[in-house]
Design a protein around this ligand. Structure first.
Ligand code: NAP
Length: 271
C-alpha cells in the first residue's frame, strides 16, 4: 500500500527519526522515497547522518510531490507550519500529525482544501520497534488513508484506532506512559541496591521483569489481576509487598497521574 509513495516528514526530531528508521526497515520504502525537514541548519547534518534521507529547511519544497506528509513538530509550531504548507498542498495529499493536543479539525481549519487528515499518537519505544500508536481519522479521511496510516505506524510497533475524543487519554497513557514506567523500573532497581544487589544487575532484574510482565498480559490475554494472583502465594512474601503498594496508594497515584496528564494534553494548544 505504501509502494510508490513519496513521504515527507516535517520535523525530523526524536519521534520523526524513529518513524523514518522504522519505515526504512519495515515498509518497503527506500531512502529516495522519503524526505525530511528540520527547524535549524545545524540539525540538517544530524538528520542526514542518522537517516540518510534528503533533509532541508524548506517545508514548502519538501511537501511538493509528496503523497503522505507527516507533521512531527512540537504542537506550538503547528500553526506556523500549516500556514507555510497550506497554500501549496494538493487536495489528495494525506496529512498525518503526531502532535499532542492538536485535533484533526484544528488542522483541517488551517488547510485550504479538504485534505484527508489523520491524528496519530505514538510513543518513544517506537525507536525499538516496540511502539504503541493510537490513531483516528479526520472528516475527510477514508478507509484507504486509515489503512496507509496503520501501515506506517505498524512499522514501529502496535496500532489501535480510537475515537478522537479519547486521543488526549492516549497521549497521557501510552505516549507519556514510558516516563511513568521508567520511574517504576528505577525505583525497583533502587530497592535491589538497598538489598545489596549491584546496580546494573538490579536494573536488569527490574526492566526484564517489567518486560516479562507486559509480555504475559499481551500474550496470555489474561486480566492483569489474575496474573497478579498467580504470583501471590497465600501467606507468602508477595502479598506483603502488595500491601505496601496499597498503603502507598500506587494504584490511585497512577490513575491520577494519567488523568492529570490528559487534562494538560488538552490544554497544550488552543483550538
Ligand atoms: N517524544 C514523545 O514521546 C512523543 C510521543 C508522541 C507524540 N509526540 C509528538 O511528536 C512531536 C515531536 O516531538 P519530539 O519529541 O520528536 O520533538 P523534537 O525532538 O523536539 O522534534 C521536533 C522537530 O521539529 C523540528 N522543527 C522545528 N521547527 C521546524 C520547522 N519550522 N520546520 C521543520 N521542522 C521543524 C525540529 O528541528 P530542530 O531540531 O532543528 O529545531 C525537530 O527536529 C510533538 O508534537 C509531540 O507532541 C512526541
Amino acid at each position: 500500500m505504501l509502494e510508490d509513495k513519496v513521504l515527507t516528514l516535517i520535523g525530523a526530531g526524536k519521534l520523526g527519526e524513529a518513524l523514518v528508521l522504522g519505515l526504512l526497515k519495515n515498509s518497503g520504502l527506500a531512502k529516495d522515497d522519503i524526505r525530511a525537514t528540520v527547524g535549524h541548519e545545524e540539525s540538517v547534518k544530524r538528520a542526514v547522518d542518522k537517516l540518510g534521507v534528503a533533509t532541508g529547511l524548506d517545508n514548502k519544497a519538501a511537501v511538493d510531490g509528496a503523497d503522505i506528509i507527516i507533521l512531527a513538530v512540537k504542537p506550538q509550531k503547528m500553526e506556523s507550519i500549516l500556514a507555510q504548507i497550506a497554500p501549496v498542498l494538493k487536495p489528495e495529499q494525506l496529512i498525518i500529525s503526531v502532535a499532542a493536543s492538536i485535533t484533526t479539525s484544528y488542522i483541517q481549519q488551517r488547510l485550504k482544501g479538504d485534505n484527508p487528515v489523520i491524528r496519530a499518537m505514538p510513543n518513544t519505544p517506537s525507536i525499538m520497534n516496540a511502539g504503541m500508536t493510537g490513531l483516528c481519522g479526520g472528516e475527510h479521511a477514508k478507509e484507504i488513508h486509515l489503512a496507509q496510516a496503520e501501515q506506517i505506524f505498524k512499522c514501529v510497533g502496535e496500532t489501535v484506532f480510537l475515537d478522537e475524543s479519547l486521543m488526549d487519554g492516549v497521549t497521557a497513557l501510552s505516549a507519556s506512559g514510558p516516563a511513568y514506567l521508567y520511574v517504576v523500573i528505577e525505583s525497583l532497581a533502587e530497592a535491589g541496591v538497598k538489598l545489596g544487589i549491584p546496580r546494573d544487575t538490579s536494573t536488569l532484574l527490574a526492566a526484564q521483569t517489567m518486560y516479562g510482565a507486559a509480555k504475559m498480559v499481551l500474550e496470555s490475554k489474561a486480566h492483569p489481576a489474575l496474573l497478579k494472583d498467580m504470583v501471590t502465594t497465600p501467606a507468602g512474601c508477595t502479598i506483603d509487598g502488595l500491601m505496601e503498594l496499597e498503603e502507598g496508594k500506587l494504584r490511585v497515584t497512577l490513575i491520577k497521574a494519567v488523568v492529570t496528564a490528559a487534562k494538560r494534553a488538552s490544554e497544550l494548544v488552543e483550538s
